[in-house]
Design a protein around this ligand. Structure first.
Ligand code: FAD
Length: 420
C-alpha cells in the first residue's frame, strides 16, 4: 500500500523559493510538506550572489544573524572594457538599510532556511524525495490535489489543498501541469570555473571584464575563491572543447591576464568547469486550480546581476501571506485560486523589469567591432558619471523592496564582512 501524507500545502523543490515559502507558511501555522529530490544541500556554481533587497528580507525574516560568518558583503562593482575602467559603483553611496549585495553560498542559506522551518510545528522536509506525478481530481485536466513522490523507500503520495511548484528552471511540475510557457534562449551561454582568490585583488569588488565580444564575470566567492563566468557562443561548448583546454585558458588570458598561471594550475580538465545554458522563461499563467508556480519555475532569469535568488525570496514572502489568508477564509479552491492570481499580479511586473534589464545588459556585452565597442564604452561612461541614472538602472535589480533608509540602519549593515 502506498504511504500517504496530508498537509495544507505541498511544496515541490527545496531551493531558495520553496524553503523560504515553507518556512514562512509554517511560521503562520499553515502545515507544509517540502519535497526535495536531492539528499543534501551541497550545490556549487549556484545562486551565491544575493541582491541587497534579499539581504534586507533575510534580515527581516531573522535569518541574517543566523548566517553571520557565512557571507561576504560586496562594496563595489567595476566594469573594465578593453583595459579601461568605464564604470565603478560604490554601493555605500546608496542610502538604503542594506545597500550591499552579499556572496552567500547556497548550502549555508538552504541549511539555515530548513533549520528555521523545523522550529515550527507543521513543517516537514522530505529529502531524496522526487515528485513524479500530479494527483488530479476527476482525471487528467482536473484540479491538482497533491503529488506522487518517489523515495528510496518506495512511492508515497502527498495530498494537499495547494501544490506549489518551486522545482527550478527545468520544472517537472510545470511540465506535468501542462501550463504553457515559452523558453527564450539567449545568444550566448556561460562557462563557469572556480579559482583561488588572487592575492592582488580586493575581495569586496564584483569585476566585469569585456574585450571585443567576450566578457567575463569575476565574483568573489566566500570564503576564499573567485567564480569566473565567461561567455561562449550558444551551444558552443563542443566546439570549444574540440580546441582543447588551452583555448579556454587563452580566453581567460585575454580578460584577466593576472589569472593566467592560476587557471593553468587549477583547471586541468573540463570537469573543473560547468556550463550554464542561458535562457529566460516566460510563463503567461503562474497558477491553475490547486497549483501555483514560483521562483525559477515561474520565471527563469539569466545570471546577470544575480536576480534569481532575489526573485525566489521575494516570491516566497509575497505568496505566504496570500496563502495564509486563503486558508483563513476557509481554504476553498476558489480562495486559493484567487491567492495564486493575486500572487502573479503582485510579482510579474518586477520580474519583467529585471528580465528587461538583463536582456539589455546582455546585448551591451555582446556588442562587437570598433563601433559596437565604442558605443558600449560611451554608454557605461554616461551611466558612471550620472549618479541619478546609475541609481535608476541599479534600482531595478537591487532596490525594489527596501525603501531608502535611515543612515543609522545603514551603519549596522556596514559591519566589516569576514575576509574573503
Ligand atoms: C550556474 C548558476 C549560477 C547562478 N548564479 C546565481 C547567482 O549568483 N545569484 C542568483 O541570484 N541566482 C543565480 N542563479 C540562479 C539561481 O540559482 C536560481 O534563480 C535560484 O536558485 C532559483 O531558486 P528556486 O528555488 O526557484 O529554484 P532552484 O534553486 O533551482 O531549486 C529548485 C529545487 O527543486 C528541486 N527539484 C527539482 N525537481 C524536483 C522534483 N521533481 N521533485 C523534488 N525536487 C525537485 C531541485 O533539486 C532544487 O533543489 C544561478 C543559476 C545557475 C544554474
Amino acid at each position: 500500500m502506498t504511504a500517504e501524507l496530508t498537509a495544507q500545502v505541498c511544496v515541490v523543490g527545496g531551493g531558495p523559493a520553496g524553503l523560504t515559502l515553507a518556512m514562512e507558511l509554517a511560521k503562520r501555522s499553515v502545515s507544509v510538506v517540502v519535497l526535495e529530490q536531492s539528499g543534501h544541500f551541497n550545490r556549487s556554481f549556484r545562486g551565491e550572489s544575493v541582491s541587497p533587497d534579499s539581504v534586507w528580507l533575510l534580515d527581516q525574516l531573522g535569518l541574517l544573524d543566523r548566517l553571520e560568518g557565512e557571507y561576504a558583503q560586496m562594496h563595489h562593482m567595476e566594469i573594465i572594457d578593453s583595459g579601461s575602467t568605464v564604470m565603478r559603483t560604490n554601493f555605500a553611496d546608496y542610502d538604503y538599510p542594506h545597500p550591499y549585495p552579499v556572496e552567500l553560498p547556497q548550502p549555508a542559506l538552504l541549511s539555515a532556511l530548513a533549520a528555521a522551518g523545523r522550529e515550527h510545528d507543521g513543517f516537514t522536509l522530505l529529502q531524496s524525495a522526487t515528485a513524479v506525478g500530479l494527483l488530479r481530481e476527476g482525471g487528467e485536466s482536473g484540479a491538482v490535489t497533491g503529488v506522487r513522490v518517489r523515495t528510496p523507500r518506495g512511492e508515497i503520495t502527498v495530498n494537499a489543498a495547494l501544490t506549489v511548484a518551486a522545482d527550478g528552471r527545468f520544472s517537472k511540475v510545470r511540465e506535468m501541469s501542462q501550463l504553457p510557457y515559452e523558453k527564450l534562449p539567449l545568444d550566448r551561454d556561460v562557462i563557469w570555473m572556480r579559482l583561488p582568490f588572487p592575492a592582488e585583488w580586493d575581495s569586496n569588488t564584483y569585476r566585469i571584464r569585456i574585450r571585443g565580444g567576450e566578457h567575463g564575470l569575476f565574483i568573489p566567492t566566500h570564503p576564499d575563491s573567485v567564480r569566473v563566468g565567461m561567455n561562449i557562443p550558444k551551444g558552443g561548448l563542443r566546439d570549444l572543447r574540440s580546441q582543447g583546454l588551452s583555448a579556454l585558458h587563452e580566453r581567460l588570458d585575454r580578460l584577466a591576464p593576472e589569472l593566467s598561471d592560476t587557471v593553468r594550475e587549477v583547471v586541468r580538465s573540463w570537469s573543473e568547469t560547468s556550463m550554464l545554458d542561458i535562457f529566460t522563461t516566460v510563463v503567461p499563467r503562474w497558477s491553475m486550480p490547486g497549483l501555483v508556480l514560483m521562483g525559477d519555475a515561474a520565471h527563469t532569469l539569466t545570471p546577470i546581476l544575480g536576480q534569481g535568488v532575489n526573485h525566489a525570496i521575494i516570491d516566497a514572502v509575497t505568496l505566504a501571506p496570500l496563502v495564509e489568508q486563503a486558508f483563513a477564509d476557509g481554504g476553498s479552491p476558489a480562495a486559493l485560486g484567487r491567492a495564486g492570481e493575486e500572487f502573479q499580479r503582485s510579482r510579474e511586473e518586477a520580474v519583467r523589469r529585471s528580465r528587461g534589464l538583463q536582456l539589455r545588459q546582455e546585448r551591451l556585452f555582446a556588442l562587437d567591432g570598433k563601433v559596437g565597442g565604442a558605443v558600449r564604452r560611451s554608454l557605461y561612461r554616461v551611466v558612471d558619471r550620472n549618479r541619478a541614472l546609475q541609481h535608476r538602472v541599479l534600482a531595478r535589480a537591487y532596490f525594489q523592496v527596501q525603501q531608502p533608509g535611515p543612515i543609522v540602519a545603514r551603519r549596522i549593515a556596514q559591519r566589516p564582512s569576514p575576509r574573503v
